[in-house]
Design a protein around this ligand. Structure first.
Ligand code: SF4
Ligand code: SF4
Length: 135
């Protein structure tokens, strides 16, 4: 798979751009509906894609080599599906032919988030959600 094909695998759901909290005792990761300040809420695309590593040091950078390290990725993430030998769903843009299908199917963050800018980190715990499935 070429670098370009690898990039195209991303379905644009932006679930990985949601802020998460880790349980210190169990290591379990819990998603919030607070999203990275650099996400364009309209398109669900990163507004700082080229600079993302510099601006957000923990921004996920998936490669074929490190995909197994990100156990917290949503179960719908295309990279995770491929790594687990599963098929892409019908709403994936590479299957549907439309970048909007992932939003229409309701599996993206579109219209479901608040920017992290508006919530103090001490309050993030009040913004946990259960609609992102990891298992
Ligand atoms: S969760 Fe996976 S498919 Fe969705 S935006 Fe992130 S990397 Fe792409
Ligand atoms: S910098 Fe971009 S890709 Fe990284 S978490 Fe923020 S919006 Fe997502």
């Amino acid at each position: 798979m070429s670098e370009a094909q690898w990039e195209f695998l991303c379905d644009g759901c932006a679930l990985c751009c949601l802020q998460k909290l880790e349980d210190e005792d169990t290591g379990e990761v819990h998603y919030t509906h607070l999203v990275c300040r650099y996400l364009d809420a309209e398109t669900c695309r990163c507004g700082e894609y080229q600079n993302r590593s510099k601006l957000v040091p923990n921004c996920v950078w998936l490669t074929r080599q490190n995909i197994d390290e990100f156990q917290w990725l949503p179960s719908t993430c295309a990279y995770r599906l491929i790594a687990e030998g599963k098929d892409l769903p019908d709403c994936h843009p590479l299957i549907s032919g439309s970048a909007d299908s992932v939003h229409q199917a309701g599996v993206s963050v579109k219209n479901k988030t608040i920017s992290e800018e508006y919530v103090h980190p001490d309050e993030w715990e009040c913004h946990l959600i259960d609609w992102v499935k990891v298992d």
